[in-house]
Design a protein around this ligand. Structure first.
Ligand code: PBG
Length: 327
């Protein structure tokens, strides 16, 4: 007979008790902060659909990175917004491209902050797709050459880790080979392994002006209905040499995060994407949600589901809360 001998409320009576039996804890060290970099100097422009997030020129990016490091966040992930786009996304693998220069400046001025780069051509192509296009089709194997060159130039510039987000088949292996050949066998790969074709990327695409100009991404990103397929994607990326596997988006895919955690002993990352951030921001703006509590609860849920690392636009605000300060 459980009740009244068993009373679940006994351990909920006070904050010290609740703290003692708390199963999941967040720390700033769990977080990775995404940053957007543009050409120019002394330039900072807020992204309309992502309040509190900015496109920054390299000089202001360095300032921001200093603050990120100071908050105890170990890493940032960089997204470039170039001036020049073409069919092949070549400004993305130019050794003097926007991300390559940003990486050099950051490693020079904030050397202890880990710099991860997003490897994908969509921000650099005129058509906005993550692969090369021929006759309206997205080419898989031809795209791998672009991804190899992009990852290599990022690492040559000083990137500590690369994160391919394109969802072409075989790209983790191709990038691993390329980095090993170029003498970078110690540089890890964080694979966007289970990346779903999600509507929640919309604010990001506005931020980077990278919405596809025709069609959609359903021939390479995953069907939101498929969890077993997500595990196959993860297994393949592990076989190809991934060091960290990622599930993206996060909150609508907590089951996938939990399944990934159960299946692999690699670190699992989850990306709380732009739309997840913007939803909370928008609801808070009209007074329907408490922003700080919604932020902390969603991050905690992602960690509880099994993520070791969380990529989130809330990284700075959450770190401030975790460090005992008000946002
Ligand atoms: C592709 C990429 C995207 C995001 C990260 N890398 C966009 C896409 O696949 O359409 C989305 C991140 C977010 O929504 O926060 N380079």
């Amino acid at each position: 007979m459980a009740f009244p001998r068993q009373r679940m409320r006994r351990l909920r009576q006070s904050e010290p008790l609740r703290q003692m039996v708390r199963e999941t804890r967040l720390t700033p060290a769990d977080l990775i902060y995404p940053l957007f970099v543009v050409e120019g100097r002394d330039h900072r422009q807020e992204i309309a659909s992502m309040p509190g997030q900015y496109r920054r020129s390299i000089d202001l990016l360095v300032k921001e990175a200093t603050e990120v490091k100071w908050l105890g966040i170990p890493a940032v992930i960089l997204f470039g917004i170039p001036d020049q786009r073409d069919e092949r996304g070549s400004s993305g693998y130019d050794s003097n491209g926007i991300v390559q220069r940003a990486v050099r400046a950051l490693k020079d001025q904030v050397p202890d902050l880990l710099i991860i780069t997003d490897v994908c051509i969509d921000e650099y192509t005129t058509h906005g797709h993550c692969g090369l296009v021929r006759d309206g089709r997205i080419l898989n194997d031809d795209t791998l050459d672009c991804l190899r060159a992009m990852a290599r130039t990022h690492v040559q510039a000083g990137a500590d880790m690369v994160a391919p987000s394109d969802m072409m088949d075989g790209r983790v292996g191709a990038i691993r080979d390329e980095l090993d050949r170029a003498g970078f066998s110690d540089v890890p790969i964080m694979a966007y392994a289970a990346k779903f074709a999600s509507c929640f990327y919309a604010p990001f695409r506005e931020a980077t002006e990278s919405a596809p100009k025709f069609g959609d991404r359903q021939t390479y990103q995953m069907d939101p209905a498929n969890a077993r397929e997500a595990l196959r994607e993860i297994e393949l990326d592990v076989e190809e040499g991934a060091d960290i596997v990622m599930v993206k988006p996060a909150l609508p895919y907590l089951d996938v995060i939990a399944a990934a955690r159960a299946r692999t002993n690699l670190p699992v990352a989850a990306y709380q994407v732009s739309g997840e951030y913007s939803m909370i921001k928008a609801a808070a703006r009209v007074g329907w949600l408490d922003e700080t509590r919604a932020m902390m609860e969603s991050l905690l849920s992602i960690k509880r589901a099994g993520a070791d690392l969380i990529l989130t636009y809330f990284a700075q605000d959450a770190a401030r809360v975790l460090n005992g300060r008000r946002v």
